[in-house]
Ligand binder design. Structure first.
Ligand code: ATP
Ligand code: MG
Length: 438
């Protein structure tokens, strides 16, 4: 017996029942971003492995443990993108989009791949919407990114369920000084660290700060804190950001343990977290990465961005029951036709109606069937009207129009008048002034 074919674990089908909420999220986001002057960029899903190794950094979980990497037929090492920033930076450099200090405000959406342990809110193929801004060095744009995410939460109706965590990682020199102090402190307590943190002490010590291990966290309570090591410029930058957030009335908590998983961050880092999703509580994370473009061989280019996880947002909308009810729009009309001649008339009529009314949602019965069965399908489809074409209607060049969602007699409407009569429904789907009903 052959094995039943199944999707790869942690890679989910998004079924028709779920796509409306996905589109709602994506459309809400795209509309909001356009309102702030951001432009969409679309990037490949596969890149050379080296891009991520250099960009995200060896010693990070993503690069060391989570990448889908393979050799193609030409023996090139390729990787399914685990995140969007590295590819975006590669693209702007390759196309000279940031040359001469040009400002770019970009957004993207799409699947990302990480070999993680699948669980609620954590998958191996997941989707992000992300934003990257280039050549704006100040805290003003950091504040704008946070303001627009705050607005998104309000639009989606989840603002009360998320909160903002903020930190500054300082300059790379400040981070290096801090790293030394932290390593010094932890080295003396090496035996008390969990195994992962012991390993990270040499590979990526700052990552120990967001260890989930309770004993390690307790140990960190007495450790040196990064904010005491900040350089003056980073301190002013952070103050500028906080002043702006205060002015806009955006609440935040300073979390000195927030270091983010990827190596390229410096200065501002932030996360939007929720306590409604269990362990996978970060819905959006980002920060400044002024050093990354340089690391890829470009001119030093101030850069800042964030990414949010669509699956976690969908879960949050569902948990909070704030998915709008009107996402799935039923058809305006369902055409029932009886006999071959009527079926022919139905398809031609339907195509003419679609020409006249591009916004029309029209279902044409397929597969024949008795009056009763077609009428039942029309009703089940949720359509507002059944349009009936039998022998008599065919002879008189009319359709019988029967309201399905409200009381009302069946009316005869001439084919030539039908588009005009349906136009009111298309324009005012939710309104009663439809098909002659005032
Ligand atoms: P986490 O700490 O939850 O692993 P991360 O710091 O690795 O998150 P980022 O690389 O900053 O995540 O990605 C941005 C966002 O993408 C996260 O805040 C989260 O909402 C989402 N995300 C990250 N990894 C996954 C995953 N495996 N499955 C679903 N969503 C994810
Ligand atoms: Mg992760």
């Amino acid at each position: 017996m052959s094995k039943t074919l199944q999707a790869i674990r942690g890679m989910n089908d998004i079924l028709p029942g779920q796509t409306p909420v996905w589109r709602y999220l994506e459309n809400t986001f795209a509309e909001l971003l356009e309102g702030y002057g951001y432009q969409e960029i679309r990037l490949p899903i596969l890149e050379f492995t080296e891009l991520f190794a250099r960009g995200i950094g060896e010693g990070t979980d993503v690069v060391d443990k989570e990448m889908y990497t393979f050799r193609d037929r030409n023996e090139e090492s390729l990787t399914l993108r685990p995140e969007g920033t590295a590819g975006c930076v590669r693209a702007v450099l390759e196309h000279g989009l940031t040359g001469g200090g040009q400002v770019q405000k970009l957004w993207y959406a799409g699947p990302m791949f990480r070999y993680e342990k699948p669980q609620k809110g954590r998958y191996r193929q997941f989707h992000q919407i992300g934003v990257e801004v280039f050549n704006l060095p100040g805290p003003d744009v950091d504040a704008e990114l946070i303001a627009l995410t705050a607005r998104l939460w309000r639009r989606l109706g989840v603002a009360d369920a998320v909160s903002l965590q903020l930190n500054s990682l300082g300059s790379s020199e400040a981070r290096a000084r801090y790293r030394d102090a932290l390593v010094d402190y932890l080295q003396q307590r090496f035996e008390q660290l969990d195994e992962d943190s012991q390993r990270r002490l040499t590979t990526n010590p700052l990552r120990i700060l967001d260890s989930k291990n309770a004993q390690t966290q307790a140990l960190l309570a007495g450790a040196p804190v990064l904010s005491d090591f900040l350089d003056e410029e980073s301190r002013l930058h952070f103050e500028g950001l906080r002043n702006r957030l205060d002015a806009m009335g955006i609440a935040y908590q300073i979390n000195t343990g927030l270091v983010r998983g990827l190596d390229y961050y410096g200065r501002t880092v932030f996360e939007w977290v929720t306590d409604r999703l269990g362990a996978q509580g970060t819905v959006c994370g980002g920060g400044r990465y002024d050093g990354l473009v340089g690391q890829f061989g470009g001119k030093p280019t101030p850069s800042v961005g964030f990414a949010m996880g669509i699956e976690r947002l969908v879960l949050l909308l569902e948990t909070l029951a704030v998915v709008p009810e009107t996402l799935e729009q039923p058809a305006h009309a369902y055409i029932c036709a009886f006999g071959e001649a009527a079926e022919l008339a139905a398809v031609t009529l339907a195509e003419r109606l679609r020409d006249a009314l591009p916004g029309l949602r029209l279902l044409v019965n397929a597969g024949g069937g008795s009056f009763k069965s077609q009428f039942k399908k029309a009703d089940k489809s949720g359509a507002r009207f059944a349009l009936i074409l039998g022998e008599d209607e065919l002879a008189a060049r009319v359709v019988g129009c029967k309201p399905l969602r409200e009381d009302g007699e069946q009316q005869s409407i001439a084919w030539d008048a039908l588009a005009e009569r349906l136009s009111a429904c298309v324009e005012q789907a939710q309104h009663n002034a439809c098909m002659g009903k005032e």
